[in-house]
Write a protein that binds this ligand. Sequence first.
Ligand SMILES: Cc1cc2nc3c(=O)[nH]c(=O)nc-3n(C[C@H](O)[C@H](O)[C@H](O)COP(=O)(O)OP(=O)(O)OC[C@H]3O[C@@H](n4cnc5c(N)ncnc54)[C@H](O)[C@@H]3O)c2cc1C
Length: 416
Amino acid sequence: MRFDTVIIGGGLSSLVCGIRLQKAGRKCLIVSSGQNALHFSSGTFGLLSRLPDGTPVDRPLKAMEELPSGHPYSKIGIDAVRSYLAQVPPFFKDCGIELYHGADEEANGYRMTPSGSLKPAWFSLTDNTLNSSADVRFEGKALIVNFAGFLDFNTSFVAAGFEKRGASCRIETVRHPAVERLRVNPSEMRSVNIARVMDREDNWKQFVNLVKEKMHGEEMVILPEVFGFGNPSVMLWICEMIPAKVIFVGTMPPSVPGMRAQLLLKKAFEEAGGTFLPGDEAVSAEVEDGRISCIRTANLGKVRLESDCFVLASGNLFGKGLVTTPERVYEPVFGLDVEYPSDRTLWYDSDFSSRQEYLGFGVRTDSSFRALRGGEVVPNLFVIGSELAGCNTLAEGSGAMVAILSALKVSDQILQ
Ligand SMILES: Cc1cc2nc3c(=O)[nH]c(=O)nc-3n(C[C@H](O)[C@H](O)[C@H](O)COP(=O)(O)OP(=O)(O)OC[C@H]3O[C@@H](n4cnc5c(N)ncnc54)[C@H](O)[C@@H]3O)c2cc1C
């Protein structure tokens, strides 16, 4: 089987690249072995919230000037980063996904996390409210409402986060008949299952009525992000129906906004004519004269998936785009050069909350994101997203935007 471009990985970077190429008329195949980081996402997209030395960043575009030359943003170039950033909201809107930026054009916004802290982000999906500053105050009375028995929304942590910033919080639980049916099996009480139930108009309207019954003149109502899975407008309607400012706060994974975004991106890719191969894994590649000629997958066996151009978007250790043994770290499909310290004691810090070096391991590329293999550039193999060397996206808070911007940059190069 022959395609114009074959992309390995089914996460954010792969889908953005695939949609861009497919819409420009290139016949694309995406091979995706499993769940991706969007399933665990906060529902916000980080651009840059810390420099590699740990310095906090409030104005990412300015701070990017300090990044080393091997960082993906430095390879894209700061002017190009600006230009791509402007293209991101319309790109996602075309896929049915609204993205919001904080109030200040040049600065990070701040979202309330499920643990009650404020974390920087550049864009948010409809579900999240981005506050314009880390010093935001929430003066007034707030009612935090949870479903009885839903343990992945810790109301005490959320209350502590709001109270620290001026609010006076009251916590209530509601027993919604449709959600009570899920409780028969406690393992069903997960965010996405509740969200599926809340997709029915009669169910979410009944929930709104239950919330209103619990209200005693509060100025704010805080709800878990389990609404609008099928149609994000539901969140806007809930905001209109509740006589207070409604703030949605993330739950523990799985992430309803992240999974919705993944489904909508996949739909956009397929509607543009792309072929998405789910539940299959690229396992090997053939190299001819230094170029990749085809890949093979676990399910298709001997079938050659041929193309002039391949994109590796397999997502680092988390996505199994990299594999570790006690001795080494390797990229399993193409045998590419991986950047990691040879001294294994530097791979991780036993303090869980510290910067973890293993999250910065990645595939080496040239300045155009073409992969290196044995020190040589592979001219028809590009690398995008968290598989890239040169950044520790979790420590820097840059994960989603490195994925999106590297995908846009590489797709433009392929189109040229
Ligand atoms: C748990 C978690 C939560 C995160 N939350 C956020 C957040 O809230 N905001 C933010 O900005 N960033 C977040 N990030 C950072 C994240 O890296 C990016 O947001 C981004 O989603 C990464 O996308 P990606 O496409 O590079 O990789 P991934 O999303 O990891 O996708 C890689 C995909 O490749 C597939 N794959 C791997 N090997 C193969 C193979 N051989 N064949 C076929 N498929 C293969 C995997 O199954 C997976 O589907 C988070 C990261 C993690 C790990």
